[in-house]
Design a protein around this ligand. Sequence first.
Ligand code: COA
Length: 308
Amino acid sequence: MGATIDALTADDLPAARAVLADACRFDRAADVAEEKLFGASPRGQPLALAARVDGALVGVAAASCDRVRVLAVAPAARGRGVGSALLTACEQHVWAGAHRRVRVLDEPGNYLAPGIDVDNVDTIAWLGRRGYVRRDEHENLVVDLRDNPRVSAARAAELADACAARGYAIRRAQLDELDAISAHVSIGFGGAWPFEIERAATRTPCGLFVAERDGRVAAFAAHDGNNRGLGWFGPAGTWPEHRGQGLGEALLIACLVDVAAVHARSEIAWIGPREFYTRALGPLGTRKFAVLTRETPHRRATLPPAMR
Ligand SMILES: CC(C)(COP(=O)(O)OP(=O)(O)OC[C@H]1O[C@@H](n2cnc3c(N)ncnc32)[C@H](O)[C@@H]1OP(=O)(O)O)[C@@H](O)C(=O)NCCC(=O)NCCS
């Protein structure tokens, strides 16, 4: 019997977690199941889909704007068209939203990973047979936090003291200043960062740290803003006039000390200045991700006006 595709509901969450745990060998999707399947991104709510065989959940997917945010089929149910049916349903959602290109995974502000892990060759090949091409590549840095001498409360205090000598206070943000910080980050950096720092700040303990001087936020860094519960680092930024004074490093270590209390490692996603991280943290591991996209198969003449 074929699978039926319908809406995934909150009641499906335990079963969805089990499917993700079984299906996703490269990402800790089950640990962030709720965020990925039902959580908002800066662009709104996703469409969450269920594939069921005889009423049992065998596959899940979520699509948001032009992204397939997550797609997984339990190994025992593979090879019967379930994945293709979920993918088609995601694509229909994307085309209905007047996007001309669909991308897999890297949704700003709410992403399981910044692309498909390049070691996940079967899934990359499967998507390739369905018209997806590799468009870009992203990298995560992986920081080992066990017995890492560069990530300790003592070093965090030392770096904070050096910043204090230059007039900056390194501290955890307060919830009542979140709106002001978010607006400041929005003007200074924009993108999905205000969304991610709000996610980071509203966890317990607050995952947002700031450097403050004369009542102004000069730099910030966050953890668990995306993939809450996995201990990923980011985003982080120092306003240009305050750069070169050790604020970024002091904030990075403050965040990682927090993460190290719970996790053995952290990932720094979608990295910018790699040298900054290797200088601050020593040798780092890497994960590489392929960004796959597919153009709409609809011919121009058949597209709704917004897509032409
Ligand atoms: C990729 C994945 C979703 C595919 O799921 P699936 O249910 O096996 O997909 P399908 O059954 O549609 O396709 C698998 C093969 O079975 C074939 N097949 C067999 N019987 C079929 C049937 N009755 N109907 C359609 N296709 C059938 C398909 O043609 C396909 O082969 P092809 O790629 O050579 O064309 C699944 O392997 C998976 O969950 N992978 C890991 C998840 C992951 O890493 N996701 C990224 C992070 S979210």
